[in-house]
Design a protein around this ligand. Structure first.
Ligand SMILES: Cc1cc2nc3c(=O)[nH]c(=O)nc-3n(C[C@H](O)[C@H](O)[C@H](O)COP(=O)(O)O)c2cc1C
Length: 192
């Protein structure tokens, strides 16, 4: 079984989403003997913005990197994503990664009946963190976007582990993180 672990927070060791994504991965490792884990830190090892040269595959090294990122996603049975809210959406580093995995003919295709996701059959767990409170609010362009784009690619098994209100006060932060840690599910039981 293969797990792909992605982090995107720019806050390093102070990052709540890194803390949660690591806890989710640790849970999977403990439950699944021989689990293969691949990790990409999009803050220290970012992908460039997708531009015209990238789309045209003008640079062979860049094209190969994009291909590897896509293949890593396609190969994964489980994808754990640390996704903080930045400016009501996701970090641009995470968007650059999504721009490499949302590829027509690979993870989705258009048909006469509309779009069809091609990357189903995997589980995606998102460690969602935000400074304010946004659940079900019109300010949330982070979780609904992630739910939509992974759904568009065919992912139906999507779970959010959410800690929000993190910047309201130190007490809010510790309470929200405790709730999120407690919400981390049993990997194998839930995946079965
Ligand atoms: C550049 C930046 C933009 C942010 N934008 C928002 C925002 O729009 N709404 C919000 O509630 N919190 C916002 N925050 C707060 C983060 O969501 C909060 O600090 C969260 O803990 C980030 O996750 P992390 O600790 O894993 O980096 C922002 C933080 C940064 C650094």
């Amino acid at each position: 079984m293969k797990l792909l672990h992605i982090d995107s927070s720019a806050l390093g060791a102070n990052s709540a989403s890194r803390e949660l994504s690591a806890a989710i991965v640790a849970r999977w490792k403990a439950d699944v003997p021989g689990l293969s884990v691949q990790y990409r830190d999009l803050d220290s090892d970012p992908l460039p913005h997708l531009d015209g040269n990238g789309l045209a595959k003008a640079d062979p090294a860049r094209a190969a990197e994009s291909e590897n990122v896509l293949q890593q996603f396609l190969d994964a049975d489980v994808v754990v994503v640390g996704a903080p809210m930045y400016n009501f959406s996701i970090p641009s580093t995470l968007k650059a990664w999504i721009d490499r995995i949302a590829v027509a003919g690979k993870t989705f295709r258009y048909t006469e009946d509309g779009p069809e996701g091609l990357a189903g059959g995997k589980r995606v767990v998102i460690a969602s963190t935000r400074g304010g409170l946004h659940a079900d609010a019109p300010s949330d362009f982070q979780e609904p976007y992630l739910k939509f784009i992974f759904g568009f690619m065919g992912v139906r098994d999507l779970e959010f582990v959410r800690a929000e209100g993190l910047n309201l006060s130190p007490q809010h932060r510790s309470d929200a993180l405790a709730v999120a840690h407690a919400a981390i599910g049993e990997p194998v039981a839930e995946a079965a």
